[in-house]
Design a protein around this ligand. Structure first.
Ligand code: GAP
Length: 434
C-alpha cells in the first residue's frame, strides 16, 4: 500500500484533499492522471453495462432528494453501524471492525462500552433556516433514485420487463472509521444498476449478473485468483436483501469487499408505493398480470475499483538500462490500454528544430484519438521509466534519422520491444497493437 500511495502522490494520481490546511480525514482528490484513470473506468463501465446493451438505460439523479425517500427506504431507521468506545483511551470503532483478539487498536485495552447503533446518513440543511423542516440527507446510496424514478423511466422509454436502470455518482456516508487510502471514505463514487424482473426469474437473473460482474472484472485485468465470492448469511445482509454475494478483493490489508450483488426483492418499490401513494405496479403486456417488479442489484464502488486496478497492475522488476549489461529497478503499471491515463508518450531526442516540429505535429495528430503526453526533458531512459510508472502503453521516440526516413521508434511498455514505424502508419499501428 505504501508504494501505491506514494506513487499516486508523486505522479499526480490521488492525493489528500485540502492538504495545505493539514488535509481532511478520508478525503482525497484525484489529480490529472487519477481523473483520467477514474473516468476511463467509469466510461468503460457505462459502455459495458448500459450503452452496449438493449435492456439497460441510464439516469443521473440529484444528490439531495426528498427526505421521505430515506424514511420509506428504511435508511433512517436501519442504515446503521454498531459503534463501541474504548473506556480506557476513548477511541471509537465499529464493533464489527475490531481485531479478532478484541483489543483496542489504539491502546491495547479490551474494555468496551456496549454497542450503540449509529446512523450513517449525512444530514445537512437547505435554505436559510437550520431546523427539522429544512433538513435533507445526502444520498447514502445512489440506488433510491432508480426506484423512485422507476415508473417515469419505464413509461417515457416504453420499457418492458426485464430491464435495468443504471446510474453513476457520489454517495455519502458518515462512516465511523475510515481507512486504507480511498478504500473507505465518507464520500465515494458508485456505479450500479437496478435490474427489474418478474420474481419467477430471480435466481436465473442473479446468476446472469454475477457472471457479468466477473466478466467486467476480467476486462479490468483483475485475476480471479485475487477474488473471493462471499455468500452473506441470513442476519448479516442489508435490511432489503434476500440474497447477497460480496465480491472481495485481496487488498494488501486483507480480503475485503470490492463489489456486491443483492436480490432486493420488491422491497424498495413496495415501500415507495406505500409511502408515496403512487402506483409502482407493472402490467405484463402479454398475460395482463399486474405485479410489483423484483430487483437484482449489481453494485460497484468506483474508488475501490481504482484502488484494485492500481494494485493489480503495479509491478516492480529489474530491467536493462541504456548502459550495456546494467539493470535497475523498473516500476511499471501494466494497465490495459483502455484504462491507461496516457496512451502515447511523444519523446523527441532534441528540444530543437527540426525534431521538435516533427514531434509536435505527431502529438497533435494523435490527440484526435488518444490522450498524449509530450516529454522532452532528461535522458530517454529516464523518460521511458517515467512513462512505465504511469502505465503509458506506447512511447514514440523521434530521433535524427526521423528527419530523413520519416520513421519513429515505438517502444512497448510491457515487453520493452522497440520497432521502427513510418509516421503515417503510426495511428493504425497503435490501433492494431493496443
Ligand atoms: N445500493 C447498494 C449499496 O450501496 P453497499 O454494499 O452499501 O451497497 C456498494 O455499497 C459498494 O459501494 C460497495 O460494494 C463498495 O464498492 C462501495 N462502498 C461502500 N461504502 C464505501 C465507502 N465508505 N468508501 C468507498 N466505497 C464504498
Amino acid at each position: 500500500m505504501e508504494q501505491i500511495i506514494s506513487l499516486c502522490k508523486r505522479r499526480g494520481f490521488i492525493f489528500p484533499s485540502s492538504e495545505i490546511y493539514g488535509g481532511q480525514a478520508a478525503s482525497y482528490d484525484y489529480g490529472p492522471l487519477g481523473v483520467e484513470l477514474k473516468n476511463n473506468i467509469q466510461q468503460a463501465w457505462w459502455k459495458f453495462f448500459v450503452t452496449s446493451r438493449p435492456d439497460i438505460v441510464g439516469i443521473d439523479a440529484a444528490v439531495m432528494m426528498n427526505p421521505k425517500v430515506w424514511e420509506a427506504s428504511g435508511h433512517v431507521s436501519n442504515f446503521t453501524d454498531p459503534l463501541v468506545d474504548c473506556k480506557k483511551c476513548k477511541s471509537r470503532y465499529r464493533e464489527d471492525h475490531l481485531p479478532e483478539d478484541n483489543k483496542c487498536p489504539s491502546c491495547g485495552a479490551s474494555d468496551w462500552t456496549d454497542p450503540r447503533q449509529f446512523n450513517l446518513l449525512l444530514k445537512t440543511n437547505v435554505g436559510p433556516l437550520e431546523d427539522d423542516t429544512s433538513a435533507v440527507y445526502l444520498r447514502g446510496e445512489i440506488a433510491q433514485a432508480m426506484f423512485v424514478d422507476f415508473k417515469t423511466v419505464q413509461q417515457t422509454m416504453r420499457l418492458k420487463l426485464p430491464f435495468g436502470i443504471a446510474s453513476q455518482g457520489k454517495a455519502f456516508r458518515n462512516e465511523v472509521t475510515t481507512s486504507n487510502f480511498i478504500f473507505r471514505g465518507r464520500e465515494f463514487n458508485l456505479m450500479e444498476f437496478e435490474y427489474f424482473i418478474d420474481p419467477k426469474n430471480w435466481e436465473e437473473s442473479f446468476e446472469f449478473w454475477l457472471k457479468a460482474m466477473k466478466d467486467w472484472l476480467s476486462y479490468l485485468g483483475i485475476d480471479e485468483k485475487n477474488l473471493f465470492f462471499h455468500e452473506i448469511e441470513d442476519g448479516e445482509r442489508a435490511h432489503y436483501s434476500k440474497r447477497t454475494i460480496d465480491i472481495e478483493y485481496q487488498y494488501p490489508f486483507g480480503m475485503k469487499e470490492l463489489y456486491g450483488i443483492a436480490y432486493r426483492t420488491d422491497y424498495d418499490l413496495k415501500q415507495h408505493q406505500q409511502h408515496s401513494g403512487q402506483d409502482m405496479t407493472y402490467t405484463d403486456p402479454v398475460t395482463n398480470e399486474k405485479y410489483i417488479p423484483h430487483v437484482i442489484e449489481p453494485s460497484m464502488g468506483l474508488d475501490r475499483t481504482v484502488l484494485a486496478v492500481l494494485l493489480e497492475h503495479y509491478h516492480e522488476e529489474q530491467a536493462p538500462t541504456a548502459e550495456e549489461g546494467e539493470t535497475d529497478k523498473r516500476v511499471v503499471l501494466r494497465f490495459p490500454f483502455d484504462l491507461a491515463p496516457i496512451k502515447v508518450a511523444i519523446l523527441p531526442l532534441s528540444k530543437k528544430e527540426p525534431l521538435a516540429e516533427i514531434a509536435q505535429k505527431i502529438a497533435t495528430d494523435l490527440r484526435d484519438d488518444w490522450m498524449v503526453q509530450y516529454d522532452e526533458t532528461q535522458s530517454i531512459g529516464k523518460r521511458y521509466r517515467r512513462q512505465d510508472e504511469i502505465g503509458t502503453p506506447f512511447c514514440v521516440t523521434i530521433d535524427f534519422e526521423t528527419v530523413d526516413d520519416k520513421k519513429v521508434t515505438v517502444r512497448h511498455r510491457d515487453s520493452m520491444k522497440q520497432e521502427r514505424i513510418a509516421i503515417q502508419e503510426l495511428g493504425a499501428y497503435i490501433k492494431t497493437n493496443r
